[in-house]
Design a binder for this molecule. Structure first.
Ligand SMILES: [Zn+2]
Length: 273
């Protein structure tokens, strides 16, 4: 069974997903996704997943163009494959965080990986006991409103703090695909980790909702959202949750948080207790 699953949902855009829940089931997220955006002179790889298997070789089968890696944020499940690439860019507020050894529960992750190995679900040559996330020194630092040119195709960087301080979303000017990382997806959205900022989070959602050209939401977890109006629901609901206009439920499970569930729109906002 191939580790990386891919499809081309929009012209020149590959979505590549890994089974996140099989590696870390604690967060109730099905997949973690990265995206390859093909220009005429270069391609952008938005995030690099969990660092399991050879993502670089996999990408090379899809394009021969030079690759610029753009990280949405520094969390391990989005930067795990960075070390396989020559250069990765991240928002300047997260360069130092990216270059630190992340404190992770490796015993849990390695246990999941060895179970997958027994079931022959891991890519070849993956040694569960040596799995780790490498610190990475970003060569390019990004700012809000930066434009990344791929030749006849531009990605616009949008600083969306909240989930993390330097979180970036990217908007493709060719298709209107908005790559939202961990700021917007269907499933439990976490604004409760260390360095999270709930107030900044809902304001970031409102900014995304004000973008005029969004056609689809390509998130860092779970499925693509084809209805841009969903962002309006998210922005409105996030504001009501953060400003105390609706009631949350205390969750004392692994991620201790106050959960604001929007069942109809398929997401929840998880805020600090
Ligand atoms: Zn994530």
């Amino acid at each position: 069974m191939p580790w990386f699953k891919y499809e081309m949902p929009y012209p020149g855009i590959f979505s590549i997903s890994e089974p996140f829940s099989l590696v870390d089931p604690r967060f109730s997220l099905n997949t973690v996704n990265c995206y390859l955006v093909i220009g005429t002179t270069s391609a952008a790889l938005i995030d690099t997943g969990m660092g399991i298997g050879d993502l670089h070789q996999f990408i090379r089968k899809l394009t021969a163009l030079p690759i610029q890696v753009l990280n949405t944020h520094y969390h391990w499940d989005h930067v795990g494959g960075n070390h396989q690439f020559n250069q990765c860019a991240i928002h300047h507020l997260e360069a130092e965080l990216l270059n630190k050894t992340p404190s992770l529960d490796y015993s849990l992750l390695r246990k999941s990986l060895s179970q997958l190995k027994k079931r022959q679900q891991l890519p070849d040559y993956t040694d569960p006991d040596r799995y780790k996330i490498y610190p990475y020194e970003a060569k390019t630092l990004l700012n809000d409103n930066d434009v990344i040119s791929l030749g006849h195709r531009n990605l616009h960087a949008i600083h969306t703090p909240g989930h993390s301080p330097g979180h970036l979303c990217f908007l493709d000017d060719q298709t209107g695909c908005l790559f939202t990382g961990d700021t917007a997806y269907m499933g439990p959205i976490y604004s409760c980790f260390s360095l999270a900022d709930p107030e900044a989070y809902y304001k970031s959602c409102q900014r995304l909702n004000r973008l005029k050209t969004v056609q689809a939401i390509c998130p860092g977890h779970n499925q693509i959202i084809k209805e841009p109006k969903w962002l309006h629901t998210l922005a409105q609901f996030a504001e009501r949750a953060v400003t105390g206009q609706i009631q949350g439920i205390n969750n004392q499970g692994y991620v201790q948080s106050k959960v604001y569930q929007n069942t109809q729109a398929g997401f929840s906002i998880n805020l600090p207790l």
